[in-house]
Design a protein around this ligand. Sequence first.
Ligand code: GLY
Ligand code: MN
Ligand code: MN
Length: 442
Amino acid sequence: MELGPFGGVEVYKQRRQKLFEKIKSGVFVLYAHPEQIRNNDVHHPYRQDSTLHYLTGFPEPEGICVLTANTTTPQFILFVRRRDPTRELWDGFRYGVEGTGKYFGADKVYPIDEFDKVFLDLLKGAEKIYYRLNENHEHDQQILGLLEKHKVSQGRSNRGPLDICDSKQIVGEMRLIKSAYEQELHRKACDISAEGHLAAMRATKPGLWEYQIQAICEMEFRMRGSERLGYGSIVGTGANATVLHYIFNNDQLKDGQMLLIDAGAEYGYFSGDITRSYPVNGKFTRSQRRIYEAVLKAQKATVDFVKPGKRLADVHKFATERIIEQMLEIGLMKGDAKKIYDDKSHAKYFPHGTSHWLGMDVHDSGYYQINGEPRILEPGMCFSVEPGLYVPADDKEAPSEFRGIGIRIEDDVYVTEKGCENLTIKAPKEVEELEEVIGRVR
Ligand code: GLY
Ligand code: MN
Ligand code: MN
């Protein structure tokens, strides 16, 4: 096992350095993600909180990261589990105090059970604290209790409790703009995700089950070095594809149906997020092709529309207008495009947004609005472009040829200086490309 943070200590140090400059004379505190019990003494697989990973690379639960900017020299302090031969026999290696000090570049490391005592000392001279309230009740109790003690210890100073600012928003804004190194990791996560989709396409044929396609896609992710999924895979055949977050994945693929797969691999704590839709038997019917190409045209035009200076709200408006045009073109809706847009009747078939930030979390951090206005896109921001059309099977108003079809096409794009880079273009989406690969097991 390679010890220390993924990619080495330097990248985390640079991120902390930037954060120190922002928190001025505050104290920043962030807990590791708690372990989740599945049942009895069995846990769900552990994944570190993305923000804690971003700042430290420390992979263990029951840790706390504190950054103090209230001292002459800013300090990076970690509180970690003590080593424990019995627990390590059952659960595996822990860094402990010494190992954490050696590998993670912390100025000081303490056992987690000394947090209460040490933290009060660290608060001396602080003007505010950065902490996320209401995420974990136990952590809130601990921090609020310590802040009360801190206030009492101030005696007659006329100071009230320390102001609490949110810890994750301030880092969220940093995470939103990805560095060249972060983009490299993300590119790899997206490449792996595309290969998983390709493997699933090659294996797809009538008679298989949704979970079998899921297994093939996810096996390819793991075989290519992905640590885990970015989110639970959605594999929906036929009308299951009209359920936006379908997760049962337990139906059989039937000849003549369309299949929708929304799946993304995680690599280096970055997530891909790709959706592809295609016919189970490898050949689009005329109707399937019409509705598929309607979404494809809108999706490709929207990717081309992305550039710095635009806003996600513009991207969504543009995608929605294109989707409405296409719905009118194929006869899925009738009427006037502007009226449909204004009264939002398109939402019956395109009910979700076009984009979300993407990075270490599939729905990533960073404000969508600044001072109540949609923010301007800048190079280094990454988001999904994922319009879709979903026609319920029992929709009497829709032409019968489209009923029970759900199409979403989703790519991940980076804003560049002049436009955008599509990181997931390797997953086929043109009709001819798809018909070439579906069912062609190598
Ligand atoms: N895979 C979740 C999403 O597309 O937002
Ligand atoms: Mn998705
Ligand atoms: Mn998405």
